[in-house]
Design a protein around this ligand. Structure first.
Ligand code: NAP
Length: 644
């Protein structure tokens, strides 16, 4: 069978190909050409010649190449593609790893450390294999008698289901919503879209050449997960409209109480449980004086009430983080007046393609040019892969820690500030409201194509930066006593991120209650396993959110490979229960916290952030490099566990 990443053969005319090349990523195109030609001198002329990327930045997919160089590269590529077409588009021969590393280095216009090469090759799957699919030591028969319950059918739960199915493990997924997608099911607010490039923000083994936008909107993302579920035959194992109420460990199995939409409870028995409930799942609505007296419709962004017509209405939006930032531009045209209460200004950086459509040429290249999509994935992944950590690391000697935490961080601040001020036409009053007073990247940095500040500058939009004194039946009164009329109240106030697994009660060995044990210290080894809770695994658990780059799908793939490895370890041992050694978990937590102390997210200069819990401790985020987490989760270490 032809390598699925080698592209579908084509017979397009020269003119059609030349037209397609107009809007593709030129560095990606040239690497695809390396696969298409067998001519070593042509390969060398690309990798050692003058037409090459000059640098790399997140979402800059042309490598800062000049227009002349891009035009010359298209001419070079057209010859190679024509020849490849005329030879019948043969499946390209594999390229040796030394050359592949050279191609990576060329693409990033810098170094790609040796430790990254296997990780990136795995992520790209150039050989057409899903390298993260497990190899087993346990007997297939043992796996077939080991039922597992997965809680949640968002991106991580769906992935868990696919991997369990591949392992021949019987599984049931319990999902409270009527459909698949988790956060991409629930967050249907106007303007909702992903802000990790979609050709990377998809499963490595379910790459997609069909995205209509580079940063797809919620309906397209939800459809993607529904399609993947369908393709893998997972749907029949999912119980939708059903919640997990509790899970109790008894002897050698979990007794999981589930509740259906009619309120009927049922107890299911499983040998292992995988929690895939996410971190951004339970909406947070602050307790504001008078909120209950509000007479009009009010709802949270994750519970958007689409029956409410906003046309001509006075809408007050409380909160403006990542969600509010997307809502405001999407509704400003429709509403009468939009008042935005923003407690803390947000850092943002330019991404001109944030709302851009994927052109026909790019789609053609993704479909037909060998490994174009795979190298494009690399191109989006790499700039957010650990390089983003540099600006987040605190230099304790840096003088003004409220302004920046290091030289690199100050550089980011200057760049982001320049982007913001370039859009304000010298409006000092607005500048004072929208330029943050804390270090760059200290909270989640937003991607921007100018739509946020354009929205704030509209006549019918007001940004209020002081607090809220009270809510009245038809208004919100700010801390300065100004009354802002409100027909509709939108809470864009985020999620209860620090209440991990808050939707269910989990009772482990010897009656141990997970939430009591955790209190404000939710520790899980590698964010996955918890002492005292045998055969219980978390995906996107404590300490695994990402603030500096990467994608949660990448992290989920690491976690699920580890979980399948741990189940295999257990079943191959012939025993029944596996849990991490407490000292390993404590050590992991302590080391993670020590590392976190060196990062911008934990600094006192960041006053409000959902990354911090009520004690100001950051338990939700990973402070680690992606390559480290990938290495640590490749294979579970037998000695990390008590297997009984
Ligand atoms: P968020 O970033 O936590 O923002 C919540 C907003 O509500 C902030 O402006 C916050 O102010 C404000 N707020 C919270 N409590 C308040 C209070 N008591 N009084 C006044 N204001 C209050 O939540 P989010 O916007 O829903 O985003 C959460 C996360 O979801 C993101 O970081 C991201 O991980 C994910 N997300 C991703 C996308 C995407 O991929 N494009 C889109 C949306 C969400 P402070 O800043 O002062 O705390």
């Amino acid at each position: 069978m032809r390598n699925p990443n080698a592209g579908e053969p084509f017979t397009d005319s020269d003119d059609a190909i030349a037209a397609a090349l107009q809007d593709v990523s030129i560095p990606t195109l040239l690497l695809s050409c390396i696969h298409m030609t067998d001519d070593e001198s042509v390969r060398r002329s690309i990798l050692e010649g003058p037409l090459k990327p000059a640098g790399l930045f997140l979402n800059e997919v042309q490598g800062y190449m000049s227009e002349e160089d891009k035009a010359a590269a298209r001419t070079l590529a057209l010859d190679i593609i024509r020849d490849y077409r005329d030879r019948g588009c043969p499946e390209p021969a594999p390229i040796d790893p030394v050359r592949l590393k050279q191609m990576m280095t060329w693409l990033v216009a810098g170094e790609v450390g040796d430790e990254y090469v296997p990780m990136m090759l795995e992520e790209m799957g150039l050989d057409g294999r899903d390298a993260r699919e497990a190899q087993f030591r346990s007997a297939a028969g043992a796996r077939a008698e080991f039922p597992v319950i997965v809680i949640g059918c968002g991106q991580s739960g769906l992935l868990a289901a696919i991997r369990l199915q591949q392992a021949g493990v019987p599984y049931t997924v319990i999902e409270k919503n009527p459909g698949v997608g988790g956060t991409w099911w629930e967050n249907s607010y106007p303007g909702a879209r992903v802000d990790v490039g979609n050709h990377f923000y998809c499963y490595s083994f379910e790459a997609s050449d069909h995205w209509s936008e580079f940063f797809a909107r919620q309906p397209e993302l939800q459809t993607y997960f529904a399609d993947v579920m369908e393709r893998h035959g997972v749907g029949k194992h999912v119980r939708f409209n059903t919640e997990v109420v509790s899970a109790v460990w008894e002897d050698d199995a979990w007794m999981v109480t589930v509740r259906n939409a009619n309120g009927d409870n049922e107890i299911l028995r499983a040998r292992a449980v995988i929690s895939a409930v996410g971190q951004l799942n339970a909406p947070y609505i602050p307790d504001l004086p008078g909120a209950e007296s509000f007479a009009g419709p009010s709802f949270h962004t994750a519970r958007w009430d689409h029956s409410v017509d906003l046309t001509g209405k006075n809408v007050v939006m409380i909160g403006a983080g990542a969600s509010g930032f997307q809502v405001a531009p999407a509704i400003a045209d429709t509403v009468g007046q939009l008042t935005i209460f923003q407690r803390t200004a947000q850092w943002m950086f330019p991404n001109p393609d944030y709302h851009a459509k994927v052109g026909a040429g790019v789609r053609w290249a993704l479909r037909h040019l060998p490994f174009y999509g795979r190298w494009y994935r690399f191109l989006i992944f790499w700039p957010g892969c650990d390089t983003g950590l540099a600006a987040a690391i605190v230099d304790p000697d840096w003088p003004d820690q409220q302004r920046a935490v290091s030289a690199a961080n100050d550089m980011a601040r200057m760049m982001f500030t320049q982007w913001i001020t370039s859009q304000l036409d010298g409006d000092e009053e607005l500048a004072a409201k929208v330029i943050p007073d804390y270090p760059a990247t200290g909270k989640r940095t937003l991607q921007d194509n100018g739509s946020w500040l354009q929205t704030l500058r509209r006549d019918n939009v007001e940004l209020v930066r002081c607090g809220i004194e009270r809510i009245e039946p038809d208004a919100v009164v700010d801390a300065d006593g100004v009354r802002h009329p409100a027909d509709v109240l939108v809470y864009a106030t985020g999620f209860r991120v620090n209440d991990f697994l808050s939707s269910l009660k989990v009772t482990g060995r010897d009656g141990l209650d997970l939430h009591q044990m955790w209190e404000h210290r939710p520790a899980a080894y590698l964010g996955i396993t918890i002492p005292g809770f045998p055969n219980f695994f978390c995906m996107y658990g404590p300490g695994t959110n990402l603030a500096s780059g990467g994608s949660l799908i990448f992290h989920s793939e690491c976690q699920m490979r580890y979980i399948v490895g741990a189940l295999d370890l257990l079943l191959a041992s012939g025993k029944t229960a596996l849990e991490p050694r407490p000292e390993r978990c404590d050590d992991w937590y302590d080391r993670s916290q020590a590392e976190m102390q060196t990062m911008v997210w934990s600094q006192p200069s960041i006053k409000h952030s959902f990354y911090k819990n009520i004690d100001g401790v950051v338990n939700s985020l990973s402070p680690w490099r992606l390559v480290d987490y990938w290495t640590w989760t490749r294979e579970p270490e037998r000695t990390d566990f008590v297997i009984s």
